[in-house]
Design a protein around this ligand. Structure first.
Ligand code: NDP
Length: 260
């Protein structure tokens, strides 16, 4: 199947690690021009080295919760590529906290990250997406939106709100821009590697630790996902091959969901 991505311009927020990095890699392999962003300069530099295709790659420093950063990122994409056909809102991370240990500052920070990591890039890139014949947004979200976990109370609540927002946007932006999301289960990437590094029992191996997580979570496919697995789903939804899909969410979770 031809995804129709040759020469398209795709923007991936948080494209310097994990799922975003693998998404950028597939987009480049499909012939797209790609812009990635992240905050950490070291991670940006490593991503550029690992992705190659420098003639079709733009890497920018940008915190997606800061409007001026995001506007500057959009301006640099316009300057370099003259267009944007695809926006993948992927940047972010989860917050482990219960209601008892989430103070107001933590609530505000989490709601800010989850909502503004969508709102600001979508607002900044919408004028470019509007001009594309195949404009598409894919948001990276979590199963927590439908299946909240008490130990991630703020993240779960914010994720649910984001799914609701995306559904509104799919209607408001139609027929020009398609808006879809993927809802993730557990995928080994930067944030899970950091949790493994911070494990209480340092004697436990990486393999045993991740197998234990999969067992504890009751994942039917008996493992966590790898970054390229959601990346392939993201690229499909973003591509012209998914031309009649909007307002949808695709679960990439190894079968762990309990909702319909
Ligand atoms: P990684 O930590 O590997 O990658 C996160 C990426 O986002 C990095 O490039 C990071 O770069 C960037 N980022 C984080 N915060 C910001 C910010 N404020 N502005 C710009 N860039 C930012 O994580 P994953 O690949 O696992 O996560 C991708 C997305 O999927 C995230 O939104 C995450 O919350 C979500 N998700 C992941 C799950 C999983 O199991 N892996 C489960 C559910 C959801 P830098 O830090 O340098 O800015």
């Amino acid at each position: 199947m031809n995804l129709g991505l040759e020469n398209k311009v795709a923007v991936v927020t948080g494209g310097t690690s994990g799922i975003g990095l693998e998404t950028a890699r597939i987009l480049l392999a499909e012939g797209a021009r790609v812009a990635i962003c992240g905050r950490d300069p070291g991670r940006l530099e490593k991503a550029v080295a690992s992705l190659g295709h420098s003639e079709r790659l733009l890497a920018a420093s940008c915190d997606v919760t800061r409007a001026e950063d995001v506007e500057a990122f959009a301006a640099s994409v316009l300057l370099r590529f003259g267009a944007a056909d695809i926006l993948i809102t992927n940047a972010g991370q989860g917050r482990v906290s219960t209601f008892a240990d989430t103070d107001d500052a933590a609530w505000r920070a989490e709601l800010d990250l989850k909502f503004y990591s969508q709102i600001l890039p979508i607002r900044a890139f919408k004028p470019l997406l509007d001009q594309s014949p195949t404009g598409a947004i894919v948001a990276v979200n979590s199963l927590l939106a439908y299946q909240p976990e008490p130990h991630m109370v703020a993240t779960s609540a914010a994720r649910a709100g984001v799914q609701n927002l995306l559904k509104s946007l799919a209607t408001e932006f139609a027929p020009r821009i398609r808006v879809n999301s993927i809802v993730l289960g557990l995928v080994v990437s930067g944030q899970w590697e950091r949790r493994f590094e911070a494990r209480a029992d340092k004697a436990i191996t990486r393999e045993a630790w991740f197998a234990g997580v999969a067992r504890d979570k009751g994942i039917p496919l008996a493992r966590l996902g790898t970054s390229d697995e959601p990346a392939r789903a993201i690229v499909f939804l973003a591509s012209p091959a998914a031309s009649y899909i909007t307002g949808a969410s695709l679960e990439v979770s190894g079968g762990v969901s309990r909702f319909a």
